[in-house]
Write a protein that binds this ligand. Sequence first.
Ligand code: SF4
Length: 329
Amino acid sequence: MSAETTQNAPLLKARGLTKNFTVGKTMLPGSGRVLHAVDAIDLEVYPRETLGLVGESGSGKSTLGRCLTRLYDITSGKLTFDGQDIATAGTVALKPVRRKMQMIFQDPSASLNPRRRVRDMLAEVLTVHRIREGAAVEERLDELMELVGLRREYLDRYPHEFSGGQRQRIGIARALAVEPKLIVADEPVSALDVSVQAQVVNLFGELRDRLNLTYVFIAHDLAVVRHVSTRVAVMYLGSIVETGETDALYARPHHPYTRALLSAIPQPHIRGKRERILLSGEIPSPLSPPSGCKFSTRCPYAKDLCRETRPELATIAPDRQVACHFPLD
Ligand code: SF4
């Protein structure tokens, strides 16, 4: 059975989601080239799941994250969140939606004002959004600090007084302050020391269970994604090439690109020897993606059909979708 029939309706659903950027535009009419950052993506995120979004640098996963939360305007396509069409919603219509979907970034320092204490930053979020008033604000500040595993005394500190891991916890507390349903986390642990990464990744899991949160977790580190995700979507050059339930996808990837990515990391839990697929060349420019299958210039299994016709993302097994003319066993 598909995920849609086994669970509730999707919290977030994208159809044909496309984001283009124009680069090199001058005053001359018709100048500039179109960069296809996110290319007609179909995607669902179900309540209380963690969808891991993986792919090499330049695959478009961060741009997709910003489109899903409407930090970026969308070039075309449909996007619904919690049953509401948000693809073309303007600033006013988006305001209540933004409360329910939050983004967490790699570098929390960039969004923390160095001259303001944690208490003031969090209290401002609560009062601006009218989430708590008066004495209830202080109570909620205590709750938020407890949720992210920080002592309440830290409320009176400034951002520079914290370690990287603690700053990310404050970033998470600020996202939680508005009581969101969905959090899109873009490389939230990749700037942290390895020893701290595991603690913050575990925190994401604990918060999902305690608060019934739904995540889109964007990361290039496949081990981190495996640890935190219930389902995974693999991106290549602006397109999703494979989706599936995490354990099944890691154990048996069907798309050559997924297999190449996974073959590069040690997976001691998988018995038997897995063929290592070495990718040749760099990811092509999204300014001029290859015709047919975008992976055809690097795929060891490419045939003429691959270079002529782009494969659709098709369901090839329960809970598994693959965009490949010749999926691997
Ligand atoms: Fe490789 Fe062809 Fe599949 Fe593309 S469609 S991934 S080129 S086998």
